[in-house]
Design a binder for this molecule. Sequence first.
Ligand code: I3P
Length: 128
Amino acid sequence: SSPDTEGVSPELEKAGLLNKTKIAEGGRKLRKNWNPSWVVLVGNSLVFFKDPKSQNPDSWKPGNSRPESSVDLRGAQLQWADDLSSRKNVFKLRTITGNEFLLQSETESLIREWYRTIQNVIDRLVSL
Ligand code: I3P
């Protein structure tokens, strides 16, 4: 975990602000709607918050604020997806249930770090 989130919880891997759009639900294509999202990687899940007031590392704790949605990373797939957007630094997350999200940051190092950390969680879940 990064220094600013260390000590919050052994389960909390990472938290930060990314741009997000859902592009498919159960395999059915959706119209893009990019929005900033506070993204929290905790345990086996990627949790999304849209409330700007919830943008702190304690957000994910039960009862602190209500997530917009949550994604189970077991069996999920990541791929770089600069071909799916006019934006740069974009990757696609596909869940086992066929939901697809694009996540993006203007900062290349930041999006690379997210990709690496989420992929590590996915890989860890395969071997459980
Ligand atoms: C979409 C909007 C998205 C854009 C998308 C457009 O138009 O401009 O930002 O995705 O491109 O269709 P609308 O607002 O009318 O729905 P990117 O920003 O990721 O390029 P796309 O259709 O090529 O995915």
